[in-house]
Design a protein around this ligand. Sequence first.
Ligand code: NAD
Length: 549
Amino acid sequence: MGKKNAPRTNGMPRGLALLHDPLLNKGQAFTERERDALGIRGLLPPHVLSQDEQAERTVKHIRQQPSDLEKYIELNALHDRNEQLFFRVLVDHIDEMQPLIYTPTVGLACQRYGHIFQRPRGLFIGANDQGRIEQVLRNWPYPAAIIVVTDGERILGLGDLGANGMGIPVGKLSLYTACAGIHPRLCLPVMLDVGTNNGELLADPYYIGLRQRRLHGAAYDELVDEFVAAAHRVFPGVLIQFEDFANHNAFRLLQKYRDSICTFNDDIQGTAAVALAGIFSALRVTGAKLTEQNILFLGAGEAATGIADLVVAAMLAQGLPEDAARRRCWLVDSRGLVVKGRTELAAHKLAYAHEHAPLPDFLSAVKALKPSAIIGVAAVGGTFTREVLEEMARINRQPIVFALSNPTSKAECTAEEGYRHSGGRALFACGSPFDPVTLEGKTYVPRQGNNSYVFPGIGLGAIVSRARHVTDEMFLAAAHALAEQVSESDLAQGSLYPALPRIREVSARIATAVAEAAYRAGLAGSARPADLEAHMRSKMFDPHYESYI
Ligand code: NAD
């Protein structure tokens, strides 16, 4: 947020307290004058090191670590010590650092959270805090504008990790700051510790959460209700992003709160925007229309139905009737093709349960339905088999193949497999990062179809416009804004998304589009500035140090 938000020295902590404040600490970069004025002379080694030099040293140190988990631990420690330097390193090396602080490494970090735990970050609100959640929230010393909350029941594709899931809101909010410049002071990670049904964790002496099985039913709902109401009393207008809830709660909670508060579920809605943007890019290559696509999903959960709903909204916007649009999206779950005749289908699948004979598995569904696109979001690794990919390449000149499950171990196929088994013709995107692939002299650069391309910009747009709700129109606007950032040269090398180092530019555009949608719908709580995009950029936190005196 630039100079205008520079802290004033009056009221600023001095001495050791300043060095121990991660939001203000600059470590060895404090100048001679600052050292005198702020009472820290002698508390630091005498040699002054610029932020550039500190960043260079940090990156070298990170690269020397023996494993990604060690790198995660080092980066986390830096986050706890010196936030500006942490974000500077992230922003300048986002390609290298994002996979360390977010998927895939954060998955491993969450599995080991209690064992690698050093300092707490964010707020832990437990089942035993019922009746005093507002009090707990008031212990947070900063004015939160955005909360990312999880109950840890479906962490990435890794299942119930209980309170260990805290790594996800922490990592995600780091990306809100690094990628869209939401000030770290405004970001609050929350773990709703309702217990865990993960027996291994309950037996682990270092598990950080409550030793109890998950709350469910009315007790669970009351806790979430109390949290949402208290969060709004303590931080009026706060954006609450629900994250990695199991789908039996995720859909319900989204329906319950979406029209009353400013909220969204990134697994459902953010994923949808990023996938739709990838489809828009792929269609620029094939020249086909969205309304002509037949999309087959492997998986029928939050991501699959979220994407399908937004695809339908986009098809409606292009003139296709709703019924016809829905028939262009098909789901395969663990019991085969989702069809009308199946009994006991969960409510979120019903809109995509079409008339069709039952089919037992994904390959038979590909053969029968001849999709133009397959989207993997079932968290079952290796399910886009050679046969599936070859069949897609037989049916389509350029098949759209999105292997979106995370972390890498759950990916439906690797980038190499995607390109190789389609004869290099797949328009491919992946949830976790894969290196470029060279086949017969041509190099393909797969980019991540990961919601991290959109949620930071959506968050910034919602906060700056003070949106009362986050609507489908905003996600559609985000998908278009993201797709518009993909260049012809990106497409020529097989990339359906812009290069990650452009993410702050991309986020500024997405945020502008989202805020514009809020103003258009009369949902904004702030007056529209004349130059919305310039205003958006002016609100972005800049991690470069500034002088305190
Ligand atoms: P979810 O639990 O809501 O849905 C999983 C679905 O997969 C369920 O419908 C389940 O029935 C189905 N399934 C399970 N086993 C199957 C099998 N063998 N064959 C077919 N279907 C099967 O989870 P979700 O939120 O939809 O997430 C699913 C995956 O997508 C996770 O790996 C998650 O990390 C990933 N994801 C990626 C992104 C991204 O940005 N790339 C975003 C969200 C989710």
